[in-house]
Design a protein around this ligand. Structure first.
Ligand code: GTP
Ligand code: MG
Length: 197
């Protein structure tokens, strides 16, 4: 898919205030600082459509972007920062879970995972939560440019093995780099395939 237009629509913390539209919607979610906003800029080819920061917790609201006038891309705040306790019972910001539960036009959530790190309980629990609520999702391994290819392969293999301990199959996944644009075509083509189906 070619991105012809990418426009910011609205930011808010209330699901009920999200655009009143039936356009298909794709959400980007993951731990703070994993690279959600950078990925959105890379995918759309717009340098500063979504605000990025080296400091975790930059994105605080649900941000809607209208792409090619026919689908919405959504940048969400990170989970797993500040308000999350160390106990196994992780707390996800209420409005994030409300967004996924209520937003029926949300077609697929892209769960971003930093390719440098070992599987983290909070990500596993979040994907578990999505599964329990029948919310379709894919995984995106980010920041691939920060690793040597061999280590990257090893980390992903390790992640797959851990996923397969609780999932029947590995969800669809992509490997990306916001700096080299790795994964851009694959993700855009995946979205286009769903939009056209
Ligand atoms: P919050 O909004 O705070 O939850 O963070 P976020 O997930 O939106 O992350 P953001 O895109 O703001 O990126 C966090 C930091 O990681 C920034 O310093 C980015 O420049 C850097 N970063 C993001 N993606 C990549 C990548 O693919 N490669 C490299 N090298 N750095 C990246
Ligand atoms: Mg962000």
């Amino acid at each position: 898919m070619k991105i012809k237009t990418a426009e910011f629509v609205i930011s808010n913390s209330k699901v009920d205030h999200c655009p009143n539209s039936t356009l298909p919607e794709y959400a980007f979610i993951g731990r703070s600082n994993v690279g959600k906003s950078s990925l959105i800029n890379m995918l759309t080819g717009r340098k500063s459509l979504a605000k990025t920061s080296a400091k975790p917790g930059k994105t605080q609201l649900i941000n809607h972007f209208l792409i090619n006038n026919n689908w919405h891309l959504v940048d969400l705040p990170g989970y797993g920062y500040a308000q999350v306790s160390k106990s196994t019972k992780k707390v996800f910001q209420k409005f994030i879970t409300a967004y996924f539960k209520k937003r029926e036009q949300m077609i697929c959530a892209f769960v971003l995972i930093d390719s440098r790190h070992k599987p983290q309980p909070i990500d596993m629990e979040f994907m578990q939560w999505l599964g329990e609520h029948n919310i379709p999702f894919c995984i995106i391994f980010t920041k691939a440019d920060k690793l040597k290819p061999k280590i990257l392969d090893k980390n992903i293999e390790n992640y797959k093995n851990e996923m397969l301990e609780s999932w029947v199959e590995m969800p669809e996944y992509f490997i990306t780099s916001a700096t080299s644009k790795l994964g851009q075509d694959d993700i855009l083509d995946y979205i286009e395939g769903i939009n056209n189906s």
